[in-house]
Design a protein around this ligand. Structure first.
Ligand SMILES: [Zn+2]
Length: 115
């Protein structure tokens, strides 16, 4: 088996595969995964619908693993920390943009001082 790695913020960390917890490794999603809700009327209007769903006609690839049934995760604490930092960076960038936007709308020229 070749060594599994994943790149986080330009650095390569050892990684491993885990069974996707969203689909329990089947790689399949279902309509509910995408926020689609069927009502009683849907079943009444289409008598075959229940069979079709049970048949897997409406199965979609899992939204978390994209049908792989497995997800790549860091296998070291270092990797997890890097991953957490990467997430934080994204949150920060997003938050800064929002603050700048709000300050800009308010006509506040001191937006760059806001932290
Ligand atoms: Zn999955």
């Amino acid at each position: 088996m070749s060594r599994i790695t994943m790149d986080i913020e330009g650095k390569t960390y050892p990684a491993r595969y885990e069974i996707c917890d969203k689909c329990a490794g089947t790689g399949k999603g279902y309509l509910g995964n995408r926020g689609f809700v069927l009502t009683h009327e849907d079943f009444e209007e289409d008598p075959d619908l229940r069979d079709e769903i049970l048949n897997g006609d409406y199965d979609q690839p899992c939204i978390q693993c994209d049908g792989d049934g497995k997800i790549k995760v860091p296998s070291t604490d270092e990797g997890w920390r890097a991953l957490a930092e990467e997430d934080e960076d994204e949150d920060d960038a997003e938050g800064r943009r929002e603050r700048q936007f709000e300050a800009g709308c308010a006509g506040d020229k001191e937006w760059y001082n806001i932290r």
